[in-house]
Design a binder for this molecule. Structure first.
Ligand code: TAP
Length: 476
């Protein structure tokens, strides 16, 4: 870890926040026809900026711009030329990484250390990786014909990273895009739009339309869109699947999760405690693949929980711009209310609730790192996605029982296995119904690895060669 005691970034003038932001359509910023909205800093509740709201007519203009750019420029350009733009974007992201990290932290509430060391470098890595594919699509296994205009709708937990997961492969394959960031975190997508200008990306290849759910719906319903890529809740994902049924639109859905971190009695204990802590408290638990259920083998449960509590007591909760902060702010009042509601339900249903002593700031949206013991598979906290810093602990005796409990959820996005036995890792990886299974680690992301879920966690893969399938005619 890089310990840097420089002044807090906001006091160094790293980000040049504007009072208001427009939509990015056809290579230019412009006003929206909706009423507009504000975006706030969830750590202070202070308004950061006014943001334009795209109406259905604005979405229509963005789709028309994307179609023109697709027909006239982008789909005709050799892959080797498209690659140059993507490499240029990746380089500018690196050059402006501090600005991007600070803005992400201000708008989202995540610790600056994570934005700086995880989000932004992974975003650049994604553009570098897919830039490398742009002139090699004939080796992708999915042909090399783009689909057309992609409509992309993303959530608030990793605003810039989800944008990269969507835009980088789409552009590499020769598609153009209309992307809507979440209402509570639009700012880094708009800074990315500036980066597209800086990279001289042809007008209309990337369009960013800000707004709320209605703007997302206008994208989904637009007849000029060839493909919908959505990351968000299972409820909205199901509504989107219904809306595109019977049309020619292709769709990929990355939805919720309720991952189990399974710790066997021979696991490297300190490493497992670290992995469990990272699994649930990274990004305040606002992670679709968060290890929100700990399944620990009964014979080591007591000792493991003691160690886990001691480690949790060292987590620093507070100012996201402080480089020593481990757990930042909850992204919105609505999300905080949901975390409180589910945690209260856990207590009411009889689970034991524990949090280390920690002082939370008075303003802003905060929730302490929380552990529930004596959890049964019937409890809401064991079944529903909390999307916050709340860990539910269950125990098991045998691998069969661990598999049954881990798979006892409508979701199937990710899982973790902690054991010294290679054969047990391989056996568990085969039997756990999860798109990603980490062994003796957790929350590892790499642009070369496909990511995606089973069951109600959605379908389609992002990342790696498989991520190209979503944006090529020969894919899926
Ligand atoms: P949602 O409420 O589903 O929102 C996701 C996006 O969809 C936002 O941009 C949202 O706009 C928009 N939206 C809302 N209603 C819509 C509609 N009817 N039609 C089209 N778009 C609509 O989810 P969230 O609360 O932002 O994100 C949390 C969820 O995302 C969690 O369940 C989490 O697990 C999941 N998630 C999954 C993954 C992967 S990779 N599987 C990654 C991150 C998050 P507004 O925000 O402006 O309302």
């Amino acid at each position: 870890m890089d310990l840097d005691y420089a002044p807090a970034p906001e006091s160094t003038g790293i980000v040049d926040l504007r009072a208001s932001y427009g939509l990015f359509v056809d290579g230019e910023f412009r006003d929206g026809h909706g009423t507009g909205f504000t975006t706030i800093n969830p750590a202070t509740e202070e308004v950061l900026a006014e943001v334009a709201e795209a109406s259905a007519a604005d979405v229509d203009a963005a789709v028309a711009a994307a179609r023109r750019a697709y027909d006239r420029v982008w789909s005709r350009m050799p892959g080797s030329e498209r690659a140059k733009y993507l490499f240029r974007i990746a380089r500018i992201i690196q050059e402006r990484s501090r600005e991007l990290a600070v803005l992400e932290t201000l708008d989202n509430g995540k610790p600056i250390r994570e934005a700086r060391d995880v989000d932004v470098p992974t975003v650049a890595a994604h553009f570098f990786y897919y830039a490398g594919w742009a002139d090699k699509l004939k080796h992708s296994g999915y042909g090399e014909t783009p689909l057309g205009v992609a409509g992309q709708v993303i959530p608030w937990n990793f605003p810039l990273l989800m944008l990269a997961w969507k835009i980088a492969p789409a552009l590499a394959c020769g598609n153009t895009v209309v992307l809507k960031p979440a209402e509570t975190t639009p700012l880094t997508a708009l800074l990315f739009a500036e980066i597209c200008q800086q990279a001289d990306l042809p007008a209309g290849v990337v369009n960013i339309v800000t707004g709320a759910g209605a703007t997302g719906q206008a994208i989904v319903d637009h007849p000029g869109i060839d493909k919908i890529a959505f990351t968000g809740s299972t409820a909205v994902g199901k509504a989107i699947a219904r809306a595109v049924a019977g049309t020619e639109k292709r769709v990929t859905l990355e939805l919720g999760g309720k991952a189990a971190n399974v710790v066997f009695d021979d696991a490297p204990v300190d490493q497992a405690v670290e992995g469990v802590v990272n699994g649930i408290f990274f990004n305040q638990g606002h992670v679709c693949c968060a290890g929100s259920r700990l399944l620990v083998q009964e014979s080591i449960a007591e000792d493991f929980l003691d160690r886990l509590k001691r480690r949790m007591a060292t987590l620093r909760v507070g100012d996201p711009l402080d480089k020593n902060t481990d757990v930042g702010a909850i992204n919105s009042a609505a999300q905080l209310a949901r975390i409180r509601d589910l945690s209260d339900a856990g207590e009411a249903e009889g689970a034991g609730r524990w949090s280390p002593p920690c002082e939370l700031p008075e303003r802003g949206f905060w929730f302490p790192p929380t552990l529930f013991t004596e959890v049964s598979t019937a409890h809401r906290i064991a079944r529903e996605e909390i999307f916050g810093p709340v860990l539910s602990v269950l125990t098991f005796r045998t691998p069969d029982e661990a598999v049954a409990k881990a798979n006892n959820t409508p979701y199937g996005l990710s899982a973790g296995v902690w054991t010294e036995k290679g054969s047990l890792i391989l056996d568990m990886a085969n039997r756990l119904r999860a798109g990603v299974v980490w062994a003796n680690t957790f929350n590892k992301f790499d642009p070369t690895s496909p990511f995606g879920g089973f069951k109600e966690s959605g379908h389609g893969r992002e990342g790696g060669r498989h991520g190209l399938a979503a944006y090529l005619k020969g894919g899926e």
